[in-house]
Design a protein around this ligand. Structure first.
Ligand SMILES: N[C@@H](CCC(=O)N[C@@H](CS)C(=O)NCC(=O)O)C(=O)O
Length: 338
């Protein structure tokens, strides 16, 4: 482990980072100093799940920020804006920690540009890189990865081909659609309704479906108005097919979108005119029906659909908005959702 630490330090910190800083220093000669431009050279803003965007306190070290975000961070910026320098500054601080305390994982830098074989999994590529670039025997590299002895720092994400990312995901979901749920044992489930029912089976409290057969069928029917009759025909690939292959205008595409939302919502609103409706779609607790309804209300608002004809549906959406679990699942709180 000490040898690996030395290699990371020698190559990345002394070889790349220190040289970059030296070169930047030379280029700066003869220029005015602008302390405000370098006060936080690596990042000014953090996006945290559940908390949205936050300014980074000035003077805070990147390793402290890294700890604050539970050691999982994606550094974003335009090409040339200093992502690699930021990453390597983090490496330097983490190396110092690992030198002081051998129980700390060793930070290791990998450059994703060499991950070119679409059939190769990320794990296999990491083991190969540890062997090729750091001369760590594959058996040992695999063991360190499995036992989380390494802190993986991946540079060059922009250079990974979309095709490769797609191929990786295809192994999880051959349909190439989200969501896919990978279980702890590696098995994968797809299709959101199937995933929700699975989660309901394994975490029965609070229930997503009522106990009585009629109630279960009613909630499933409401969920399916959205999941089977609105969503599939308004999905991104369908919209792209309309404007791409069929050369439909943007206006016509919007008309299409709004038409299927309002047709579905009219049916949903009618379904709420029933004694089983309570504060939520079925009774007084959220169910699978509310879970399916809410993202569609978000979509409808995003596409400026006129929702004035669906007062019951909107009242329920307002109550869902006040439930913390819905707030946490809101698309604004999902930085990786495109
Ligand atoms: N019936 C599938 C549909 C999945 C689906 O279409 N997901 C959307 C995101 S909500 C997607 O991946 N769209 C990408 C596309 O249309 O290309 C399910 O319920 O899981």
């Amino acid at each position: 482990m000490k040898i690996l630490l030395g290699k990371v330090k020698h190559f990345w910190v002394e070889g790349v980072l220190d040289n970059t800083i030296r070169r930047a220093g030379l280029l700066e000669l003869g220029k005015d100093t602008q302390p405000e431009a370098v006060e936080n050279p690596w990042e000014a803003v953090l996006e945290l799940p559940f908390e949205g965007t936050k300014a980074v306190a000035s003077g805070k070290s990147i390793s402290d920020v890294f700890d604050d975000v539970e050691r999982s961070v994606l550094i974003l910026g335009q090409p040339g804006s200093g992502k690699t320098t930021t990453l390597l500054t983090l490496v330097r601080e983490l190396l110092m920690r690992a030198e002081r305390n051998p129980a700390q994982p060793i930070p290791v830098v990998f450059h994703l540009s060499s991950w070119v074989d679409p059939k190769q999994s990320l794990d296999t590529w990491l083991v190969d890189e540890l062997s090729d670039k750091y001369q760590i025997p594959k058996k040992i590299g695999k063991d360190w990865l499995e036992h989380q002895r390494l802190l993986l720092l991946l540079d060059g994400l922009d250079e990974v081909k979309g095709e490769h990312r797609a191929t990786e995901y295809r192994s999880l979901n051959p349909q190439q659609l989200v969501p896919a749920l990978e279980l702890d044992d590696g098995r994968v489930l797809t299709q959101s309704l199937a995933i929700c029912e699975y989660l309901d089976d394994v975490h029965p409290s609070p229930p997503l479906l009522p106990a009585d057969p009629f109630g279960r069928a009613r909630v499933r029917a409401q969920a399916q108005i959205v999941a089977c009759d609105i969503h599939p025909i308004n999905n991104l690939r369908v919209l792209n097919y309309l404007t791409g292959t069929l050369a439909v205008s943007d206006d016509a595409r919007l008309t299409w979108y709004r038409h299927w939302i309002t047709t579905g919502f009219a049916a949903f609103e009618a379904s709420l005119d029933a004694p089983e409706t309570g504060a939520f779609c079925h009774g007084d607790a959220p169910s699978l029906a509310d879970i399916c309804l809410m993202p569609q209300v978000f979509n409808a608002r995003r596409f400026d659909c006129d929702l004035s004809g669906y007062p019951k549906l909107l009242a329920i959406a307002g109550r869902c908005d006040a439930v913390p679990a819905f707030a946490r699942a809101h698309p604004d709180q999902q930085p990786d959702a495109g």
